[in-house]
Design a protein around this ligand. Sequence first.
Ligand SMILES: NC(=O)c1ccc[n+]([C@@H]2O[C@H](COP(=O)([O-])OP(=O)(O)OC[C@H]3O[C@@H](n4cnc5c(N)ncnc54)[C@H](O)[C@@H]3O)[C@@H](O)[C@H]2O)c1
Length: 268
Amino acid sequence: MANGLLEGKVGIIFGALDEKSIAWQTALKCHEQGAKIVLTNAPVALRMGGIQELADIIGAEVIPADATSMEDLDNLIVKSQEILGGKLDFILHSIGMSINVRKKKEYTDLNHDWMLKTFDISAISFHKVMQVAMKHDAMKDWGSIVALSYMAAQRVFPDYSEMAESKALLESFARSFGYHWGKKAKVRVNTISQSPTMTTAGSGVKGFSDFYSYSDTMSPLGNASSQACADYCVTLFSDLTRMVTMQNLLHDGGFSSMGMEPDVLELK
Ligand SMILES: NC(=O)c1ccc[n+]([C@@H]2O[C@H](COP(=O)([O-])OP(=O)(O)OC[C@H]3O[C@@H](n4cnc5c(N)ncnc54)[C@H](O)[C@@H]3O)[C@@H](O)[C@H]2O)c1
């Protein structure tokens, strides 16, 4: 349903790996709503994924950037403004990766060097993106910056491992940087706490498909899909949510308000 909510707006979308990616679906929806976009991902992901296919569909340029590298981010922010014709209206940070999860380390036996790398990729990169964008004064007044989070930031989901702490850090960066962006240019910064979603990053978590079913049953509306998350991102990039900032916004079909759901007892 295209109604021009993002007509004339320009932005950068991080993290579209393949069509399952939340960022991929968001890029499609933003394009459908009239936005012009620069796509970016880590150089290694550009080689593995199909981002060029997405770029062709939406007429976007792709700029490689490792989101942990200030040099790459500097280049990305400068070049994106050249391509898009000036300052940005929105940025989506849709990046997550845990080395310890990938290497199947138990939470009580984590490698702390890997943990630091996980924090750098999954959370500190958000601060880096915002810092570089601010250094270049790259956001338009009343712009919008969004990152994707998960409820393990507040509650225990044992197999989510160190990603829980990554998300807690990410959400805190949204609040703290949201203050500074708000004062500087009325730019809003929020995180969306999304339901479990069948993507490459999601499926990397141990027991993900059982957990996906559990969450789907527990939520009165069921799990929110990546397309629904993309719709929510569109609203946050639009002018209809100008006074929403420094929030962690739950997009979870009602999961977070549930205590007991009898249907869950029937699952196994
Ligand atoms: N899938 C879920 O269940 C779920 C639920 C809640 C939140 N999220 C969050 O949504 C976001 C997007 O994940 P997704 O589920 O779409 O999976 P995805 O695997 O499609 O996307 C993750 C992206 O992060 C990118 N990335 C990894 N390291 C990077 C780096 N150094 N620099 C730049 N990019 C890098 C990957 O290339 C990939 O495109 C993540 O923050 C994830 O934690 C996912």
